[in-house]
Design a protein around this ligand. Structure first.
Ligand code: C2O
Ligand code: CU
Ligand code: CU
Length: 580
């Protein structure tokens, strides 16, 4: 295995960074104080600060919650309400450099000859969203309800949901990609009695791991300046960086004991998907050490072995993983990424641990695990997890659930809400699994279009997301946790992106089972090219105007985001609201 320590040939020798030079940091924990009504209260300031991404680098200016990269981990109990004062104390212009480099330049540090964009006119304007939270719309961080420097949003989170790892991040309209990249993200853990009863590894044996790829600016001599570089490429509106950080350090190491650990993994990258594989000292995958115990929305009913080809995490997805190191005392293991960028849902081209620069994976290493020697009794792994977890099927849904069809298209109307329509110009025809063909037209496709999705509060809906864009998009719905009922493969060759029509129809090819590692509660679903993801959710307890969007942050900022509205039944003039 080549675990190369140098950057690509096109850069100067001064630009080399040594992997596994810094120890993995663990962010501080914030637990709320309770006011006289019993509501927890926290004040979290977004601040400008200087951090170290790697010991060989000059310090890096970031925008980060409480000045920490990642932000402090907020920890709450289920059903204990939390009020957070999200205070904007940001100073100075955005502390990043942004360029659009020539094709193929994304693996290189430095600007690749491109002139930096002028970011000085961009205001420090923030909106904070707790991703995955079931919360009132007035506390959800609506992207247009930002606050300026010196101001705050005071948001209340009821935390009436299963124990899980959520995360908080900036969501300001058209600024999310820059501001999350600049550092505005942290984890938010909900605990409950059901989780406590499992006695999962805790304290030093529970590790939050926030993954995020970065690129680094250089001066004219090719020396690192320490500044974060947001370099995309001409013709591709996503950021991929060559260096992977874990909890804010590039390729760190962790010193662990030969026992059981609980890893709370979060992909906080702007656009990179990871497929994580654990390798031993000879570069061979270690089977069986990792089991998945929870997904975005909480614990599974029983542990699931992480598939031998790795654990896939798209931006915003979380994985709750048990890592059993008892058989690895005294060894040094490495977690590597094998996913191509952009991610197409297909297997890796190169073997695990081998650089794949053609697919923007010049440095596969993510994290090194240095396991202490010593006696290592075999730990007891739980065989059952959440007793209240239930896998949904279509038959579990009440008869009057609503249906939505959304299409993802590479165009200036990238997120298209479709409505049934008779044949005619501009009609997309879809032949479904049952052989029937139906026509649809675009009801809305840009942020500025009126909301078309009005959900009756407390009702169930099935959302179908059909991807005709040629690349994977992780689609995130605010407010709810859903389950993926199935995926379907389509022959989309009949779709004409220029006219938006499909004649001959888009044809159902196969219905794909949901792999066990995606069978839990989710708030973000990967929608692979030429596939439809079918998800079911109950829009319960809260109401108001929310968003759903692609969580590739550059796509979100470029219009791949739309509103939906949840209202109680019976409001005059709003109709029944079901999309059947
Ligand atoms: Cu993680 Cu709408 O966001
Ligand atoms: Cu139905
Ligand atoms: Cu997208």
């Amino acid at each position: 295995m080549t675990m190369t320590a140098t950057t690509s040939r096109t850069t100067t020798a001064g630009a080399a960074l040594t992997p596994f030079a810094d120890e993995l940091p663990v962010p501080p924990v914030l637990r709320p104080q309770h006011d006289s009504q019993g509501t927890g209260v926290l004040r979290v300031r977004a601040r400008t600060s200087m951090v170290s991404l790697h010991r060989a680098l000059p310090r890096t200016p970031v925008w980060a919650y409480e000045g920490h990269l990642p932000g402090p981990t907020i920890e709450v109990r289920r059903d204990a309400a939390l009020r957070v004062h999200w205070i904007n104390k940001l100073a100075g212009p955005l502390p990043i450099v942004s360029v659009i480099g020539p094709p193929g330049s994304q693996n290189e540090p430095g600007r690749s000859g491109a002139a930096p964009k002028d970011l000085t006119g961009i205001p420090a304007w923030t909106a904070v969203h707790v991703h995955g939270a079931a919360v009132g719309a007035d506390s959800d961080g609506w992207p247009e309800n930002g606050v300026s420097r010196g101001d705050r949003s005071v948001y209340t989170y009821p935390n009436r949901q299963r124990a899980t790892a959520l995360w908080y991040h900036d969501h300001a309209m058209n600024l999310t990609a820059y501001q999350v990249y600049a550092g505005l993200a942290g984890m938010y853990l909900i605990r409950d009695d059901e989780e406590d009863a499992l006695h999962l590894p805790s304290g030093r044996r529970e590790l939050p791991l926030m993954l995020k790829d970065v690129n680094l600016d250089q001066d004219a001599e090719g020396r690192f300046t320490g500044r974060l570089l947001h370099k995309t490429e001409v013709g591709a509106n996503e950021f991929f960086g060559p260096y992977t950080t874990v909890n804010g350090r590039i390729w760190p190491y962790a010193r662990l004991r030969p026992t059981l650990y609980r890893l709370r993994l979060l992909n906080a990258s702007n656009a990179r998907t990871y497929r994580l594989v654990l390798l031993d000292e000879s570069g061979t995958p270690v089977p069986g050490a990792m089991s998945l115990i929870g997904t975005d929305g909480g614990l599974l009913g029983a542990p699931v072995a992480v598939p031998p080809d790795g654990l896939v995490l798209a931006p915003a997805e979380r994985a709750d993983v048990l890592l059993d190191l008892h058989a690895h005392a005294g060894q040094t293991l490495t977690v590597v990424n094998t996913a191509a960028a952009p991610y197409l849902g297909t297997p890796a081209a190169a073997p695990p641990g081998v650089p794949d620069p053609a697919h923007r994976l010049p440095f596969p290493q993510v994290l090194q695990l240095r396991v202490a020697p010593g006696p290592a009794p075999e730990p007891q792994l739980p065989t059952a997890l959440s007793p209240t977890f239930r896998r949904l099927t279509h038959a579990d849904l009440p008869h009057d659930h609503g249906h939505r069809l959304v299409m993802l298209v590479k165009s200036s109307k990238p997120l298209r809400e479709m409505e049934p329509a008779p044949d005619g110009p501009g009609i997309v025809r879809v032949r479904a699994a049952d052989g029937t063909t139906a026509g649809f037209r675009v009801a809305a496709g840009t942020w500025a279009d009126a909301a078309t999705i009005h959900v009756v509060q407390d009702s169930w809906e099935i959302w179908r997301v059909l991807n005709l864009s040629g690349q994977m998009h992780p689609i995130h719905l605010h407010l709810v946790q859903f389950q993926i009922l199935r995926r379907e493969a389509y022959d989309a060759s009949g779709f004409n992106p220029a006219t938006g029509e499909a004649e001959p129809p888009i044809q159902h090819l196969a219905t794909l089972p949901v792999p066990p590692e995606e069978a839990g509660w989710k708030d973000t679903v990967r929608v692979n090219p030429n596939e439809m993801a079918v998800v079911a959710a109950r829009f319960a307890d809260h109401s108001g105007r929310y968003v759903y969007h692609c969580h590739l942050l550059e796509h979100e900022d470029a219009g791949m985001m739309r509103p939906f509205v949840v209202m109680p039944a019976g409001i005059p003039g709003m109709g029944g609201g079901h999309g059947h």
